[in-house]
Design a protein around this ligand. Structure first.
Ligand SMILES: NC(=O)c1ccc[n+]([C@@H]2O[C@H](COP(=O)([O-])OP(=O)(O)OC[C@H]3O[C@@H](n4cnc5c(N)ncnc54)[C@H](OP(=O)(O)O)[C@@H]3O)[C@@H](O)[C@H]2O)c1
Length: 277
């Protein structure tokens, strides 16, 4: 019997490539986006398309109900929708922090709660949460995004042993930089900040797109992340987490460096940037 996957944030980047990868592998794909016009090409390629804003409880309920009506099952949920609210912690207004967590944390939680009863009933399923290297290692200028992805990691690590007895797997996919529209959205968020004049050296790093990920050096193509997600969904016993790309694998090692040393390294980097600029 054909397996069914629900994917969020399919209008571009990793979500779009993931929908294509699952389609090519013969899955019944529900590709969702805030604006359904953005997933029309996936519809033409054979996906079922639906509008879904992950911050809207009614949207989430409607889409999961539809899948259960039409397919009777959700075998895999891919929580992919997300963006990065960058900026020095002091300069990010509380409302923007709330928006960041609404999309990156409460959205996946809402979807997870909606699909779990169906997965438990059938005693099978996989939930893939697209996290980031930023969910393992915090860096200045990314505190709010770090906080949201650290939360996704913590919730996933707690959920995995809670649901394993029902035959459900929980997987974290942790890319480093990926060549998508992610950086443009992150730049918009930085541009929208009211800048205090206390963090000029940090802003000079944040204003350099390549330094914040996206298509810079070491970036992987979204297809590589999509294939990692598909492989995890197809395994009967997937790993708990999959870093994607060399940058992610190397940067993860930074977790083992004592915080005092990491802080010194960041301060040195800022003073060098200030001297150069
Ligand atoms: N690119 C990277 O360097 C990188 C690295 C590590 C992790 N990630 C993670 O990978 C995931 C996908 O990002 P991407 O690189 O593919 O960036 P992207 O091309 O900007 O795609 C992000 C997707 O999330 C969607 N989205 C945003 N807010 C939403 C909401 N409220 N409801 C539903 N969808 C929403 C966007 O839809 P709209 O078009 O409607 O805004 C878009 O489809 C994110 O969780 C991101 O944190 C990315």
């Amino acid at each position: 019997m054909t397996e069914t996957v629900l994917i969020t944030g399919c209008s571009s980047g990793i979500g779009q490539e993931t929908a294509r990868a699952f389609l090519q592998d013969g899955w019944e794909v529900y590709a969702t986006a805030r604006n359904p016009a953005d997933v029309e090409s996936l519809g033409e390629a054979g996906a079922n398309i639906a509008s879904l804003d992950v911050t809207d409880g009614d949207d989430v309920e409607r889409v999961v109900e539809r899948i259960i009506d039409e397919e009777g099952r959700v075998d895999c949920l891919v929580n992919n929708a997300g963006y990065a609210q960058l900026g020095p912690v002091e300069d990010v207004p509380v409302e923007s922090v709330e928006d960041q967590f609404a999309v990156n944390v409460f959205g996946p939680h809402r979807l997870t709660r909606e699909v779990l009863p169906h997965m438990r009933e059938r005693r099978t399923g996989t939930i893939v949460n697209v996290s980031s290297v930023a969910g393992r290692l915090a860096t200045p200028g990314m505190g709010i995004y770090n906080g949201s992805k650290f939360a996704v990691e913590g919730i996933s690590d707690a959920l995995r042993p809670e649901v394993s007895e029902f035959g459900i797997d929980v997987v974290l996919v942790e890319p480093g930089p990926v060549d998508t529209a992610f950086v443009e959205r992150a730049n918009d968020e930085i541009d929208g900040l009211e800048r205090s004049d206390a963090y000029d050296s940090l802003y000079s790093i944040l204003d350099d797109s390549e330094a914040i990920g996206g298509g810079g050096p070491g970036a992987v193509q979204p297809r590589e992340v999509a294939e990692t997600i598909l492989d995890a969904a197809n395994l009967t016993d997937p790993a708990d987490r999959y870093p994607v790309g060399q940058v992610a694998k190397v940067a993860m090692l930074g977790r083992f460096v004592p915080a005092r040393l990491r802080d010194k390294f960041y301060r040195l980097a800022f003073s060098l940037v200030t001297k150069v600029s």
